[in-house]
Design a binder for this molecule. Structure first.
Ligand code: RAM
Length: 921
């Protein structure tokens, strides 16, 4: 292939090359992986007109020569969103180098770039390894765990296994080496004394009965001539540890003890291959980790460390033979999303010595992860204990809201002068750490908060002139990071941490703004689909656990809403295809049991508008609104996928459910005057659902909006919405001409409001509006998380409604942006920037005192390949200028509409600076 030409700086420039929505994935198993790229350009109107993709492989036998295996030739297209590889069948364990070239409107070859992906084991019969673990008969006796401070729960947990095998490479190091490994449990892979990879809590949590993802590692550089040692440390994790509500369910949801499977592939220069696989030849023993559990914490007795166990030269006589626990490799699949990683470290903000002798450390931020503690001068056998909490009560940890999660880590000192303790197979949600048993004075630099989460690239940015709104955005972002740990969870601290579908679906639009969550959610959608029952009901939580009942309204509907939103946001059609049968089955299930189209039957646990305050949205209103919405989405999805008969059928169903909603719940004018447009129950959420899902007859919309706003006003501009209604609040108000009220709610800082929690020190979004109040203090500890993202679903509106980045209702992958700066509230400026599948989009506005009336400046960026409709709010549409020019002379801008209070223009790609007379407020 020709060499890459240096890209001209001002023209089309490629960046962000991905395969299956991941950068250079290792160990992919999709038969036709999709390739994507993004573009930037500083030239206005610049756009890709065609591309060419090629792929080549380094053939082992060809002395590193690259062999071209795929060439699309030039294809006309304006973007590079998920283009499927359609070359010859891919081979296992093979690296494919791919290259994209793009041409611009002047037919000039504009840029080219290269990347690669590598396949894993494409065929299940390539697994020759078997699942191994502890032989419980012999091993438990070897290392009786220190019992003195075990609780009833942790007494059931077993020490972590160390599994090892040594192998001899003689005089030849392979030219290439890969490890494919995973666990039923969580594991850390070691090779010759070094940790392999940087994944935490691998392989994460999936519907293990159906699939267990394996990870691929490039270990070519870690091997040596002669003896080599591969090792695995294995803990219970989600497989056999405590998960979910402990009071109702014990540990061991999936299996009694963890298992690992490992396969090493060695490629030699002469083309020969050698496999080393987990089998009965491996050895096992317990070591320092007496137990490690996601909810309970980790207990390490450093006196029982096994120095050198994962290095050559170690004598493992006396170790147990590993037991073969299973030979079925049918559940193995290549990991399809980014792993959990430690992404940040937080320094302790303060250390307070309490009269009882322990210390309380404040990390300044409610975070998720664990602590790395440096211990100096502890005598052998000293016991140092860490406990974790989100809040303090009278200066001590407030632990009640953790329920049965003990979140306690213990280190028994080895006696080394300096020891570093960091648990490896647990995580906690906390801001405060209680350290007891520490020798001497604990210094703040001895405590580091290690932040971990699924490593989805954080690509969005929102900022404005108001510090409280900025803190709200930051709190939302921390809530997202801390709760995206392999799956989207509801909370990170107590005995729950489940993948609740409603939480996920209301928060998804916000999540997509903040980060690239395409692969993360597409992967989790498999658990959602796997969790569907034979009658077509989606679960409340995925992976399905703890709750046997079928999904509730707005919860089960997540199975329909999420793939649709992923398709619209990322252009991921495959997630829609893969979920489509399940989506239709869900709507059919609801329909079958509710033939009169009001959703009253088979409502599962029917949570209603969960955690609403001072309002009770009738459950049938909420359920039927969601029935209508899901039917409509399925009709839209059918249309996209070319399922025309379905599109008609579900389209008709949607209309019929809408009519049933109107008949049942909308006052159409039959009764008392003034009641027209009322929705049964009269709650904010009832109006929001009806308006957002377009269930109110056109002529009654203004009346319904009037009832909604009257309720908000009557409550002194306060909300009553719970999880389901809250996401719709600001967007619906703004869409119906009441952005002023949306801003009033954003700025409101008396209870209940977002800013109320911020005024009281929140650094994450609370589960409940009244998680803590001046009047009542803490809410019931039975359910009171201080790190829950659901009420943070307003984050989408900060990007879309305040700064003004959105896409046109018919647009997919942000190909047609709708930019609508929303000058309002007490803001004097706001701006947002986010990655779209085409490139970076940005929109910002600011007010400036002019000589006469205030001036509004608007700056927007439209990525190459996209177009935008921009709404400029102004008191005088004729005042609008771009750059130094008058409109429409300025390049690339068409005036679409000149209304009394706004000018609507159409833009091609590029960055634009507008000024105008500020809008009247
Ligand atoms: C609680 C959690 C979760 C919610 C369910 C209904 O356990 O708050 O977020 O979805 O209830």
């Amino acid at each position: 292939m020709p060499n890459a030409q240096p890209a001209p700086q001002d023209g089309l420039t490629l960046y962000g090359l991905t395969c299956e929505m991941l950068e250079t994935p290792l160990g992919l198993d999709a038969p036709s992986p999709r390739l994507s790229w993004k573009l930037r350009s500083s030239r206005r109107g610049d756009s890709q007109t065609s591309y060419r993709l090629t792929a080549a492989l380094h053939h082992r036998d060809l002395d590193d020569a690259q062999r071209l295996i795929w060439d699309t030739g030039r294809r006309e297209s304006a973007d590079g969103v998920l283009v499927p590889y359609d070359g010859p069948p891919l081979r296992s364990s093979t690296r494919y180098h791919w290259r994209v070239e793009v041409w611009d409107a002047e037919e000039a070859a504009a840029d080219s770039a290269e990347s690669w992906f590598e396949t894993g084991l494409l065929h299940r019969d390539e697994w020759r390894a078997v699942w191994i673990g502890r032989d419980t008969e012999t091993a438990a006796v070897m290392d009786p765990p220190g019992d003195e401070d075990r609780t009833d729960r942790t007494r059931h947990l077993s020490p972590c296994s160390h599994l090892r095998r040594s192998f001899d490479l003689g005089g030849r190091r392979p030219v290439r080496a890969r490890v494919y490994a995973t666990a039923r449990g969580v594991y850390e892979l070691r090779l010759n004394g070094r940790r392999v990879g940087d994944a935490e809590l691998a392989p994460g949590w999936t519907e293990y009965h159906r699939r267990v993802p394996y990870q691929a590692y490039d270990v070519s550089e870690l091997l040596e001539e002669g003896e080599n040692v591969v090792g695995i440390v294995l803990a219970d994790g989600w497989w056999s540890g405590f998960v979910g509500f402990d009071s109702r369910h014990q540990a061991r949801h999936y299996g009694g003890a963890p298992q690992a499977i490992v396969q090493i592939l060695l490629d030699h220069a002469d083309g020969s291959r050698r496999w080393i696989a987990s089998d009965e030849s491996w050895r096992e023993r317990a070591g320092a980790i007496k137990y490690a559990d996601l909810l309970m914490g980790e207990y390490v007795d450093a006196r029982d460390d096994l120095p050198g166990w994962d290095r050559p030269g170690y004598d493992d006589t006396g170790w147990n033979k590993a037991a073969v626990l299973d030979r079925d490799t049918g559940v193995l699949e290549a990991a399809a999303d980014r792993p959990v990683r430690v992404t940040q470290e937080l320094a302790a903000r303060s250390v307070t010595r309490r009269p009882e002798g322990h210390s309380v450390v404040d990390l300044g931020q409610n975070m998720v992860g664990r602590v790395r503690l440096t211990i100096r001068g502890a005598e052998r056998g000293r016991r140092i204990r860490l406990r974790h909490a989100e809040m303090l009560s009278d200066g001590e940890l407030y632990l009640a809201n953790l329920r049965t999660a003990e979140a306690t880590d213990v280190h028994i000192a080895s006696g080394d002068p300096v020891e570093v303790f960091e648990p490896r197979f647990t995580f906690h949600g906390f801001r405060y750490v209680e350290v007891s048993g520490y020798p001497g004075d604990l210094r703040s630099e001895d405590v580091v908060g290690r932040v971990l989460h699924s490593d989805t690239p954080l690509t969005g940015r929102f900022e404005c002139s108001d510090e409280t709104a900025n803190r709200l955005h930051t709190n939302i972002l921390w809530g997202q990071r801390g709760n995206f740990v392999s799956i989207p969870t509801d909370c990170p601290q107590r005995d729950e941490r489940l993948g609740w579908l409603a939480d996920a679906q209301v928060f998804l639009p916000t999540a997509c703004r903040n980060a690239d969550v395409a692969a993360f959610f597409a992967r989790w959608m498999r658990d959602v689909v796997d969790g569907q029952d034979a009658d077509g009901a989606f679960p409340d939580v995925a992976p399905r656990l703890c709750i046997e009942r079928e999904g509730a309204p707005a919860w089960g509907d997540g199975g329909v809403i999420i793939p649709w939103h992923l398709y619209r946001t990322y252009g991921d059609r495959r997630v829609l295809e893969r979920s489509y049968a399940a989506m239709t089955a869900w709507v059919d299930h609801v329909h079958r049991h509710n033939p009169d189209l009001v959703w009253r039957h088979r409502v599962g646990n029917h949570y209603g508008d969960w955690l609403q305050v001072d309002a009770e949205t009738p459950r049938e209103v909420l359920a039927t609104a969601y029935f209508a919405r899901s039917a409509r989405i399925v009709a839209q999805a059918a249309q996209v996928l070319g399922e025309d008969a379905d599109a008609k059928r579900y389209g008709a169903l949607h209309e019929a459910v809408r009519d049933a909603f109107v008949d049942g719940f909308v006052d159409t004018g039959s009764g008392r005057p003034g009641d027209e447009g009322r929705i049964a129950g009269g709650t904010q959420t009832g109006y929001l659902l009806a308006l957002a899902f377009e269930l109110v007859p056109e002529h009654l919309v203004p009346a319904a909006v009037g009832h909604l706003t009257a309720d908000i006003e009557a409550r002194g501009r306060h909300l009553t919405t719970g999880f389901v209604g809250v996401a719709l609040l600001c967007p619906v108000l703004a869409a119906h001409g009441r952005a002023d009220l949306a801003y009033a709610l954003l700025h409101q800082d008396t209870y209940p409001s977002w800013a109320y929690s911020i005024r009281h020190g929140a650094t994450t979004i609370w589960e409940r509006w009244d998680g803590w109040t001046e009047e009542h203090g803490f809410q019931s500890p039975a359910m009171n998380s201080f790190n829950h993202y659901s009420l943070g679903s307003v984050g989408d509106w900060l990007y879309g409604g305040v700064a003004g980045i959105d896409q046109h209702p018919d647009s997919v992958a942000y190909r047609h942006l709708r930019l609508r700066p929303n000058v309002g509230g007490r803001l004097t400026w706001a701006r947002a920037r986010q990655e779209t599948p085409l490139g970076t989009a940005a929109c910002g506005w600011s007010l400036h005192p002019g000589s006469g009336p205030q001036e509004l400046r608007v700056e927007v960026t439209v990525p190459p390949g996209a177009r935008a409709t921009l709404h400029i709010p102004t008191a005088d549409p004729r005042s609008v200028r771009e750059g130094r020019g008058e409109l429409p002379e300025s390049g690339g801008i068409d005036i679409v509409d000149s209304l009394p209070e706004e000018l609507v223009v159409r833009l091609g790609s590029g960055t634009y600076h507008f000024s105008a007379a500020a809008p009247r407020r």
